[in-house]
Design a protein around this ligand. Structure first.
Ligand SMILES: [Zn+2]
Ligand SMILES: [Zn+2]
Length: 270
């Protein structure tokens, strides 16, 4: 399943719920129809979202967050405070309890943890992250790398993605995992697919959407409290083309944005 496909299905499901002629039952049926396309993580994640919305929508005053602007699954309120909610079934609860609660700025950010078997809410938690040895928070982020080439210099039509923790204190990054996908382009490659003269605005908009799609997809597939998506770029600083390689965090969830570096210098090969 591709990242954009995942978000397309999510939109269809919530449109179905909001259609008075259809509603939840119909949406759950559609969801089952997409089971194979979605794969186990995507399916379980969306089923949890639907259940949370159905059973707790009124209690938390939930509205479905759109793709842009809102970075959580739902907006609503918790107690008397505005809140954002992310829904998950598979954080490691034991491990999560050892993390340090993180209070960003803006609305509170809550994690609704649902049981994978019966989709009941187990708990509604505050955002929390492990600590770096420097005292900062380690924030999961995914870097969309450029196309892979074989030793003959031919494209293999795959891209790697690097799952890293970015520290809010020392701004170092720590590699956690590496994935390979077909057709998941880096933001720059995606942007370059448009005519930068004729379609500049469209290219910018579509690339932002590409980042959000990748964000939501990776959050479901590979890391449940992913907070940022980045790219690996050569930054030119000299007239002769001199510069340096850096990880650029192009998309950062508002919940942690104030503490994240814009870019992190790194080597050419990552
Ligand atoms: Zn650190
Ligand atoms: Zn994957």
């Amino acid at each position: 399943m591709s990242a954009s496909e995942y978000n397309r299905i999510r939109r269809i499901l919530f449109c179905t719920i909001h259609d008075p002629a259809k509603g939840f039952n119909c949406a759950f049926e559609y969801l089952d129809g997409y089971k194979r396309t979605l794969g186990v993580h995507g399916y379980t994640g969306l089923k949890a979202e639907l259940n949370f919305y159905q059973k707790h929508g009124r209690e938390f005053g939930l509205t479905v967050a759109g793709d842009m602007g809102e970075h959580a699954d739902f907006a609503g309120s918790y107690g008397s405070q505005l809140a954002r909610f992310d829904v998950t079934t598979n954080i490691n609860f034991k491990q999560f309890q050892d993390y340090e609660p993180y209070m960003g700025s803006g609305p509170r950010y809550k994690i609704a943890l649902l049981d994978q078997g019966n989709f009941e809410v187990i708990d509604v938690l505050d955002l929390a992250f492990p600590r770096c040895s420097c005292g900062g928070y380690l924030i999961p982020s995914v870097i969309l790398l450029g196309q892979n080439y074989n030793r003959h210099g031919e494209s293999t039509w795959t891209n790697d993605q690097l799952l890293v923790d970015v520290c809010t204190g020392c701004h170092e990054y720590f590699e956690r995992n590496r994935f390979t996908h077909h057709g998941l382009l880096s933001p720059q490659e995606y942007f370059d697919g448009f005519d930068s003269q004729e379609e500049y605005d469209l290219a910018i908009q579509a690339t932002e959407q590409h980042l959000v799609d990748a964000y939501k997809y990776f959050r479901r597939e590979h890391s449940d409290y992913l907070m940022a998506v980045g790219q690996h770029d050569y930054i030119v600083t000299e007239p002769d083309g001199g510069g340096y390689w850096a990880i650029n965090l192009s998309f950062v969830n508002q919940a942690v944005a104030q503490d994240m570096p814009d870019e992190i210098e790194c080597s050419h090969e990552i």
